[in-house]
Each structure stands twice: as structure tokens, then as C-alpha cells.
Design a protein around this ligand. Sequence first.
Ligand code: PMP
Ligand code: GLN
Length: 389
Amino acid sequence: MSTRPLLNRSLAGMGTTIFAEMSALATATGSINLGQGFPDTDGPREVAEAAARAVLDGRGNQYPPGPGVPELRAAITEHQQRFYGLTYDPDTEVLVTAGATEAIAAALLALLEPGDEVIAFEPFYDSYAACIAMAGARRVPLTLRAPAFRPDLDELRALITPRTRLLLVNTPHNPTGTVLTPEELAAVAELAVEHDLLVVTDEVYEHLVFAGAHHPLAALPGMRERTVAISSAGKTFSFTGWKVGWVTGTPDLVAAVRTAKQYLTYVSAGPFQYAVAEALRLPDGYYADFRADLHRKRDLLVDGLTAAGFRAFAPQGTYFVTTDITPLGEKDGLEFCRSLPERCGVVAIPNAVFYDDTEAGRSQVRFAFCKKVEVLEEAVSRLHALRTG
Ligand code: PMP
Ligand code: GLN
């Protein structure tokens, strides 16, 4: 057998994702899982019924069209119009993907050449690093630093080189909860236009903004023609297992992403697409209630973690709260998260794994609050034991 490593070098060291590792630890120890971001209750019953109906009626059980079923593409364009006033053509400017994860992979594989540089906020969502590496490109982090986790726009300007091809912008941002302000978005857009950069936006938490509002970068002057916008049904409708995501952009951008997507999954899960089309058309009340519910849970967890001795950074968006464990006399988030299940039966995620500059995130730990109130309360009461026990 050759001694050459089996794993392609671009993936070397990427091993098992932290989400899989920590969820397995939660299952093995019977801990409360506030690690991986998935809700512990399913989304609306009528949306689940729409999926079941589609299966039973034989809609989407055979390969659906590559760009996505027309019903869903139409619903995506209606959603972009209704919430942001953005107009897209459902036939040429929308692509349905296997979750935002595939959209990110297909976009980066389609748009990057080896040697290109991609600027993204760190801490990075983990698939960014892997997909940039698989495309042979280089990630260039713009570090969001505690306690405010704002992007330093002068630093962003300084990071742009002739090799910079693309800005990868995640707002609301996982794991810090930062939501870019209109001024920050305008500055990012100006730099993108000035340097003629492509922009990929990850907007999967678009409906989870508690302070301010979500503004798509594609709506800013000069941005529509250079932006691939990505979102997904997983977070907004609490069906993370369905893996229905989408891309919107100009026909050229969408065609490029579709070319890569064809050879990743060819098409995405058929019946769920019909159900997500119905979900996107839910009345405004659904979206408002969803946000209000998570807002209450955010406050519950932020207050609970603070009372338990953590320094909690209240997120402006997403369903995650980043904390600092230093006040507990702890230094290393990874060690802390690996021992937490045994110490008190709770699982969390160490932010350090999302940083190249691991020191910047070493003492940060992320907790998810997309869980039932009683689960969050029980987790908080267990975490209190860290100080008293
Ligand atoms: N981007 C971010 C920032 C995320 O947190 C997630 C996790 N859901 C994804 C992308 C992937 O989304 P999906 O489950 O739709 O693939
Ligand atoms: N996006 C989810 C999180 O940040 C996890 C999704 C995944 O496991 N890939 O926790």
C-alpha cells in the first residue's frame, strides 16, 4: 500500500466537523445538546403535511428539474420581493440547492481559481474553510474580535490584494451573532465595487434578527450584478434535515453555480421543495412569531449563562450566543467543551475551531438557544453547578 495520505491534501486536518463530534458526545453522554444548531421541535405542521402530501401525490419523487421545481423558484422570488424589494427572474436567476451548504460549495467551486483569495469574517462557519480549500483558493480572515465582534473596515481594505477574487459575507453571523449595520454593508459594498470583487452572501439567519434588520447586500448600489446570495429553509422553518437551500443572482452567476451544482448532487430533494414553496408563502405573522420566540429564548439563555458566571455576548441575530469562559477560571474552550458533558451534562461548541487566529477565540464557547424553554432552563441550572460544584 502506498504511503501517500489517502485524504486529498486540501482536506488534510479537517477530520470530523466539530458539530458531528459534539453531537455524538451529547448522544453518548445523554447530555443536553446546546452545541449543533438544530431546533428540538419541528417547524409548522402544515408545512410537514405539504411534504408528506407531495410524496404521496408523486410530486418530486423522481428527479426534479436541475434548477429546482418551478413552484419553489417562484416562491423564492416572491420572498425576495416581499421582504427586500429585490426582483429576480425565477427561470434564470434562482437555483435550488441541497441546503445552504451545497450552495456555498457550488458557488466557491464555480467562481474560484487556484490561487484566488477569499476574504471572510472569522470565526468562519466551518464549511467555508473546507470549500475554499477544495477550490484551491486561499482564505484571508478578517477577525471579528470580542467583545463587539464588529468588522474593522480599514483592515478589510488593507486585506484586499490583486489576488482577491471574492468576499464571503455572513450576516447574521454564526457564531458571534453580529448583524452588519447599513453603514458596514455600504462600506463592504463600496470596496467590492471599487475592487471589482465577487460577493457571496450567506443569509441563512435572515429571519433571526433581534436588533436592527437584515439587509441583503445585493440590494445596495452596484451589488446585484456581483452578488450570489444564499439562504436556506433549515433555520427559518425549523426543518434542518430537509436540506433545501437556494441561490439568487444574475443569470451568469446562477448559471456558473448551477454548472458546479449539477456535478455535486445533480438535483435536490424533490418533495421537500414543494413544501418549502408553501412555507415561504406563510403570512408575515409566522415570521414575526418565529423571531419573537427565539428572541425570548435568547434572553433566557443570555441571562442564565450570565448568572452562571459566563460572560455572554448577546447576539443581534442567529440562534447562537457566544460566551467567554474566563470568568469561570477557564482558559481553553476546546478542553472545556470536551469535559462539559461529564462535568454537568451539557454540550456546547468551542469557537476556537472557527478561527485561524485560534488565540482570538480560545476562551469562547457557543451555545444554541433553538431549544424548548424547559431544556434551556435545565441546561442553565446544570451550568450553575460549574461554580457551586
Ligand atoms: N451557513 C451558516 C452560517 C450556517 O450556520 C449553516 C448551518 N445551518 C449553514 C450555512 C448550512 O445550512 P444548511 O443546513 O441549509 O445546509
Ligand atoms: N449550522 C449549524 C451550526 O452552526 C450546524 C450545521 C452542521 O452541522 N453542518 O451549528
